[in-house]
Ligand binder design. Structure first.
Ligand SMILES: Cc1cc2nc3c(=O)[nH]c(=O)nc-3n(C[C@H](O)[C@H](O)[C@H](O)COP(=O)(O)OP(=O)(O)OC[C@H]3O[C@@H](n4cnc5c(N)ncnc54)[C@H](O)[C@@H]3O)c2cc1C
Length: 397
């Protein structure tokens, strides 16, 4: 049965919506990780900022995910290098490492209580081909200056060897977090810094055709601003039609169990990233994925359950605890924004001079979106940021 996401139980009470006209320097559309980070970095520079969110902060992907903070893109590093080229893959990977460092600094500095831990991640292959890819990735990551350790033989825990795994890749720099608390903590900090945050307040129209004269319409008020930050994830094309054939909505299934004794030492990312799970500090297994069982069905904007995928996920989680019946307390889904080349789209919005955009994080937003928000703030203030040069939406024509 569908429940609220573990991280949003109980569901947060939205802040009041906008009523009447408002003039600010920057209007941020969307209060997920990307929008929250942009708003925070902009108020820290003394700008007048309004955030417009149709639901409540972190109620979409940013509060529905597994809370993994992984380095890199959805591709293993060896494949990333083959697809993007060596230098570009290295740069993109390095951005995700920087994203984590800066996010961790912000959590500490702002005192956000969000169960942040840095225990690394374990990348497990689904067979000999993927295990070879993991070995190759380890070699290439070390060559490029990233931390990566091969775990095989005795160094790979018996619980994985018993299932036929022979090789895993341990990435000590990775982490995990209570995602909704992190994002809502960033929003609270932005609000304390002066941002005006409107929730239950959809942006129904955006006119950003003229730089310096941007208008956002909401049901009961209009905002004028110099510039808009569009951080709508899978919904980006609702207000920026340019992205209609560039960002696709893809559903991910999730479940969480009642607390169990310690089983997993860190987040596990398996089967080319299709399957992923971890134990939160209370001992709950939080598990997601198995989308490859029915990829055609797992598209669109509906946050619904897929019965067969959920059943397979339940069987899998049960298989780790054969002596007792595992209680599943939460089942939910969320919508990811997949870009057509698997990389985030962050920078000026093509054909819309008054808007910048952060979208298309392709299931890895906690590896990029905090830095994306910071980079968009610098883009607005300085006209440039190298992260936006590397991941500019202009690359897709
Ligand atoms: C099931 C699942 C598991 C995942 N697991 C992980 C993981 O473990 N690690 C990881 O790195 N990533 C993971 N991801 C991806 C990650 O959650 C996203 O990449 C990231 O949260 C994107 O952040 P965002 O701010 O771009 O988007 P969102 O969090 O989706 O924020 C966009 C916001 O825009 C709002 N909005 C939409 N339309 C309008 C409108 N017209 N007006 C106003 N507001 C609007 C939405 O309500 C939403 O709050 C997962 C995603 C899902 C769905």
């Amino acid at each position: 049965m569908l429940t609220p996401p573990l991280w949003l139980d109980p569901l947060p009470q939205p802040r009041p919506a906008l009523r009447g006209p408002l003039a600010v320097d920057v209007v941020v559309l969307g209060a997920g990780l990307c929008g929250a980070s942009a708003a925070l970095h902009l108020v820290q520079e003394g700008l007048r900022v309004a955030v417009v969110e149709s639901r409540a902060g972190a109620m979409a992907a940013s509060g529905r995910n597994a809370g993994f903070i992984l380095q890199g893109t959805a591709e293993r590093y060896s494949r990333a290098r083959a697809l993007m080229g060596h230098e570009r893959a290295r740069r993109v990977h390095a951005w995700s490492v920087e994203n984590h460092v800066r996010m961790a600094e912000a959590i500490t500095k702002l005192g956000i209580s969000c169960e942040y831990q840095r225990r690394g991640s374990l990348q497990i292959g689904a067979g000999p081909e993927e295990e070879a890819e993991l070995l190759e990735s380890a070699r290439m990551m070390v060559e490029d200056g990233f931390e990566a350790e091969v775990r095989q033989g005795e160094a790979l825990h018996e619980r994985y060897r018993a299932r036929g795994n022979t090789v895993a890749l341990y990435l000590p720099g990775d982490g995990e977090v209570h995602p909704a608390r992190l994002v809502r903590g960033l929003l609270d900090a932005a609000e304390r810094g002066g941002a005006q945050i409107f929730e239950g307040c959809p942006a129904t129209a955006l006119d950003a055709s003229t730089a310096g004269d941007v208008r956002v319409t909401t049901p009961e008020g209009e905002i004028t601003a110099e510039v808009a930050v569009v951080a709508l994830n899978a919904r980006v094309s609702d207000l920026l039609p340019y992205f209609r054939d560039k960002v696709d909505p893809v559903r991910g299934q999730m479940l969480a169990t009642a607390p169990l004794p310690p089983l997993f030492e860190c987040p596990i990312y398996a089967n080319h990233g299709y399957d992923y799970w971890r134990q939160d500090p209370a001992g709950r297994i939080v598990l997601g994925g198995w989308r490859n069982l029915d990829p055609e069905a797992e598209v669109g904007h509906a946050e619904t359950l897929h019965a067969q995928i959920q059943a397979r996920m339940t069987e899998f989680v049960q298989s780790w605890v054969p002596d007792q019946t595992v209680e599943i307390t939460h089942r939910w889904s969320g919508i990811m924004g997949f870009s057509r080349d698997g990389l985030p789209l962050v920078g000026p919005a093509p054909g819309t001079p008054g808007a910048v955009v952060g979208a298309g994080f392709t299931g890895h937003g906690f590896g990029f979106a905090f830095l994306a928000g910071a980079a968009l703030a610098r883009l607005i203030l300085d006209g440039q940021h190298p992260f936006c040069d590397d991941l500019s939406p202009h690359r897709m024509r």
